[in-house]
Design a protein around this ligand. Sequence first.
Ligand code: FPP
Length: 281
Amino acid sequence: MKRLLEALSPGERDWRVATQLNPTRLPAHIAIIMDGNGRWARQRNYPRLMGHKAGVDPVREVAETCAQLGIEALTLYAFSVENWKRPRHEIEGLWRLLRIYLRRELPNLMRNGIRLVAIGRLESLPEAVQRELESVMNRTAQNRGMRLNLAINYGGRAELVDAVNAILDNARLEGNLDSLTVTEQSVSSHLYTAELKDPDLLIRTSGEMRVSNFLLWQIAYSELYITDTLWPDFSRTELLEAILEYQNRDRRFGGVLASAPALAEETSLILEEEALELPLA
Ligand code: FPP
């Protein structure tokens, strides 16, 4: 948080939003569905790839801002297992953009202490993309700041299937398949995000009200922030506003607020009344 405030000029808009944030209640993990590149391009009569190209700047800005805030992990949905259905030239353009981003951003990642990790079924990506990803992952592996996950050829269901198969493979190797019991803990620890906390905040741009097969297991209790802003227009200001809104939510994780009065006597009275209407078995 301190690093972000140092990077901003006192009085400017982002500084004003940032100073409203509670530094002790920042989300540990933010996940983003970056949607709307195509619409951004269409509005301007540009080819779709121009929208993706315009989507690179917000990737850089959001990653840098999260690192400066001290967020532990940021997961960006860059390419889904379903995205192979797009025209070939668009897919190839996306790979080119990704390779350019990886080369260009390395100094920025190093300066911000960001560790980049690609998650997804990476073995199906073009060789050149795999090589580039591996190189940046290796070169940033020792960075101790934020972890930036790029979800590429990623699908939430595919991730769960991979996790279950990994659990089965381990059990076969260890010869205890017969006594295997799968638990929430064992599933979590075989996901691509195993070492990370679940996302506290899931942001989706361009207004669609769906989760699109993204981090299905991990977002069970994430707070959702859906904005009409198209990804290329998503700014640092809006990221800070999303975090501010997150901080104003009551997170109950299926429970009640700690401040809710304990009305045990009232509860038993209510149930007594019910018992009068309910014939005893
Ligand atoms: C969704 O917009 C966006 C994508 C499928 C790709 C995301 C890619 C980027 C943000 C650029 C490069 C990324 C990195 C990590 C360097 P859409 O095309 O589905 O938009 P639409 O719904 O308006 O058509």
